[in-house]
Design a protein. Sequence first.
Length: 186
Amino acid sequence: MITLITGGSGSGKSAYAEERITGFGERERIYIATMYPFDEESRQRVKRHRAMREKKNFQTIECYTGLKNLEISKGANVLLECMSNLVANEMFRQDGAGERTVQEILEGIRKLAGQARELVVVTNEIFSDGICYDPETTRYQTYLGEINRWLGKWAGQVIEVVYGIPIYLKDNRKEEQLNEAALEQF
């Protein structure tokens, strides 16, 4: 099943997502890291997140682009963090998908969902500031928004974390088969 976790910067969504994955039991845990550490601030963020996961038995896989090419152990519990970075990487890196960002990422999510027992995807809430951006940033927001809408449709649960508090926007764990059918629609 897919669980989508969203929230603003510093909301506690990462810690909550890790808590969710560890709550699924001792099954193999895979952390798919999408943030490319391009400067000191991002390197520090990666270091902080690794420290948070240190004793939680995660196998970390760095995947900056090409999610659909990733192979994982069937039945593992997977945490992908975060969609916002993956979209930026696919759009702006030389080895990224460019104009095919949405399709490539959604194909990757479908593949991961088929391999994983539980797939938790972390994304960012970046749509509420009311600021008009340049065309390139607007295109980024459009791509991320489209991917998040598909993920919201496919997910059994959609949770927004606000000030460390999880708010359930969707909770259809009992309707898992319905969500698997929605996954096939893309």
